[in-house]
Design a protein. Sequence first.
Length: 190
Amino acid sequence: MATTKWFFEPGHSAAEFRARHMMVSYVRGQLKNMHGSLEVDPDEPEKARVEATVDATQVYTGQPQRDAHLRSADFFDVEHHPTWTFVGSHIHQVSGIEFEVTGDLTVRGATRPVTFDVTYLGQWATPWWEEGRDLGPRRRAGFAATTRINRHDFGASWNDTVERGGVVVSPMIDVMVDVEAVLEPSEKAA
């Protein structure tokens, strides 16, 4: 088969993260409207390439004061680094629907290698609406990805202590990504 080109539908692709808070619970944040692309030959998935960008200025945890703190230089420093990017070009197929995608994650201007565990959720021909008209069907594919990063590797090192040597925010952050990719119109379904 030939290489297919897909784009991430921003309204249905997003990243979420969670960090331990005060040693006892998790706090979650969301980064919506992810943009990106995927180029893949279904016969040679190990040669795929993926790129994604999220707008860190729109981080949402449900608590405005915490969101403002996350946007500050203590954490994301969005004034100087408004976007995060991931460029993945090393793919390892673990099973029929499971992959390891390794690439460069850039947060706060720091770039580090990261491996995402990716599950392919399948694909479907769906309606495609533009200006009130269904121009479909369009082929969509879904993916769920997870990884764990150390926030200190990206310069997000603010913290405070609590009793018995605990910390307010854990160094390790779980990252979960949901992608709904749409096949480019000039391509045939994979």
